[in-house]
Design a protein around this ligand. Structure first.
Ligand SMILES: [Zn+2]
Length: 130
């Protein structure tokens, strides 16, 4: 089955591209605040271990901070990957096509969430199943 090309206007796609690039910048900035980028892979970040001091309570705070950062790091990383994937599909011309039913995704949905990979009805079906 061949993927359909996006049926969106150039203006809409440009708008989405701007949104995605902005999002990517925000995510990278946020990740830079508390992680070190893995130099070997493009989208992998590691939460850096904070250093408050060597006292026992300071060590405990370091662990707590690191533990608090980890889920955030994972969420940001995932969003960054989705954003990069969306940018890639934009350049391939397959952006905005539902990965399940191959139909174009509603523009309003894409504006609200430019990284959406599924249309509302497929998403609904999937969510109902779990
Ligand atoms: Zn669908």
């Amino acid at each position: 089955m061949t993927k359909k090309k996006s049926a969106f206007t150039k203006e809409f796609l440009n708008e989405i591209k701007a949104l995605l690039l902005q999002e990517k910048e925000n995510l990278t900035d946020e990740l830079d605040r508390f992680t070190k980028k893995n130099p070997h892979t493009s989208d992998d970040y590691d939460a850096s271990f904070p250093n408050y001091g060597d006292e026992e309570d300071e060590n405990a705070r370091e662990v707590a901070q690191y533990t608090a950062n980890k889920p955030l790091e994972i969420t940001l990383e995932k969003t960054l990957r989705d954003t990069n994937k969306a940018l890639e599909s934009l350049s391939k011309g397959t952006y905005g096509i539902c990965k399940y039913c191959d139909q174009p995704i509603d523009e309003k949905r894409l504006r609200a969430r430019p990284t959406s990979g599924a249309c509302i009805s497929c998403k609904k079906t999937l969510t109902d199943e779990v």
